[in-house]
Ligand binder design. Structure first.
Ligand code: DGL
Length: 262
């Protein structure tokens, strides 16, 4: 394992690019290799075993490429696979956690957690709610259509607005905070804020994950030395068209940096 190695990042598809942007902003001289598994998205409606198998195969590929650490830029894959991956692999594995701690510290009202059905059902999330004694405040809100929307139609403004409205159509109580518990949803942050008339705070866990990665690298002396800007490479199981689309989405995020990284 070399301090000069890249950081591997993966997701079921395009959502984890938002985590890649946060990592690049926090550690611009680290080189990053992103793998989006769009061909197999969405993960949230698969079995836990299927998500583990895909996650393990992608981690093997990233390690083969010499990655010194891996970020699971996917709440769903973290819920399904992080424990077993940490037991099996020798590189540090950093996972996602829905940002309910900061959300609960900001409000005493309802906190809506927008995530995949798998994330909301798995022990990892339910233990977090239990640890925070927050059951009565938490509103679990699965949103599979929003994942597909970001994968295929992120730039279709009309469809984005319609799908976001449809997602919350049966909501009877306005939340005080919305936690984006799926990395895909960071791409819809502005639309979700607008849907709730900017009266609910909308937060994601991306900066927290990037900071956790930094701490883990520092602890193991794995941070890259020097000030040269790192390289950013993106691969996707759907091939070139999705890789090109990913590059556009990443540069869009980096341009909107203050929205996503602070
Ligand atoms: N980006 C994902 C997450 O953070 C997964 C979406 C999916 O594939 O269902 O949970």
């Amino acid at each position: 394992m070399k301090a000069s190695g890249r950081i591997g990042i993966f997701d079921s598809g395009l959502g984890g690019l938002s985590v890649m942007a946060a990592i690049h902003q926090l550690m611009p001289n680290e080189s990053l290799l992103y793998y989006g598994d769009s061909k197999n998205a969405p993960y949230g409606i698969k079995t836990k075993e299927a998500v583990y198998d895909r996650s393990k195969a992608i981690c093997d590929l990233l390690i083969e490429e010499g990655c010194k650490a891996i970020v699971i830029a996917c709440n769903t894959a973290t819920s399904a696979a992080v424990t077993k991956l940490r037991e099996t692999l020798s590189v540090p594995i950093i996972g996602m956690e829905p940002a309910i701690k900061p959300a609960l510290s900001m409000t005493e009202g309802k906190v809506l957690v927008l995530a995949t059905a798998m994330t909301l059902k798995e022990d990892k999330f339910n233990q977090l709610v239990l640890d925070m004694s927050a059951e009565s405040q938490i509103l679990r809100w699965p949103a599979p259509d929003l994942v597909t929307l970001v994968e295929n139609d992120f730039d279709n403004e009309k469809l984005v607005a319609e799908t976001v409205s449809k997602c919350f159509a049966t909501l009877t109580e306005a939340p005080k905070a919305v936690v984006l518990g799926c990395t895909h949803f960071v791409f819809l942050k502005k639309e979700i804020e607008a849907y709730f008339n900017h009266e609910a705070v909308v937060i994601d866990g991306n900066l927290g994950t990037a900071q956790q990665l930094k701490r883990q690298l520092e602890k193991r002396n794995l941070c890259i030395e020097g000030i040269k800007e790192g390289t950013l490479e993106i691969r996707n199981s759907f091939g070139e068209a999705f890789e090109e689309k990913s590059k556009c989405m990443l540069s869009h995020l980096l341009k909107e940096a203050k929205h996503y990284g602070e």
